[in-house]
Design a binder for this molecule. Structure first.
Ligand code: ZN
Length: 152
């Protein structure tokens, strides 16, 4: 049962035109049986399918059984530092995809960024930047998509 959507970036540099096939190849090199994400959003906004939504993803330790993983291409600036590099087309596609998934999967209760799944070290219920294990997806998903349920 998928109750969450988790958003990632591909951690590639701004403008680098990566496809789902590229990510599939990288993930197979890491030993996965296929791309770990369910969807990839390319620079031009094209939404590519990865794993079947009904299959568990391989994108976020501890969350793979309960989440749909979406990855937008980008996330790093030219120097390789974390940056929200989403194009206008990617923002539009991401919004549409999240809305569509929420419609077809009524079990979805929350939309998180990968970094929001980091351990809450001080236990105050908020994952603060000093607690992020990774910068991914390099933007504030909670303020854009606005839902977080208590961790189970
Ligand atoms: Zn990630």
């Amino acid at each position: 049962m998928k109750d969450s959507i988790i958003i990632h970036c591909s951690a590639t540099r701004e403008g680098q035109n990566v496809t789902a096939a590229d990510i599939d190849r990288w993930h197979r090199q890491r030993g996965f049986w296929s791309i770990g994400y369910h969807y990839v959003i390319r620079l031009d906004g094209t939404i590519e399918a990865g794993r079947e939504v009904s299959a568990d993803g391989a994108h976020c330790m501890g969350w793979n059984e309960r989440s749909v993983g979406i990855c937008y291409v980008g996330g790093l600036d030219a120097q390789g530092k974390p940056k929200d590099t989403r194009t206008v087309a990617q923002r539009t596609s991401l919004k549409r995809l999240v809305e569509a998934l929420r419609m077809v999967l009524p079990s979805i209760e929350q939309v998180l960024g990968h970094r929001d799944t980091s351990p809450d070290l001080d236990g105050n219920g908020i994952i603060t930047p000093n607690e992020y294990l990774k910068a991914c997806p390099c933007f504030d998903v909670l303020s854009e998509f606005g839902t977080r349920k208590e961790a189970k």
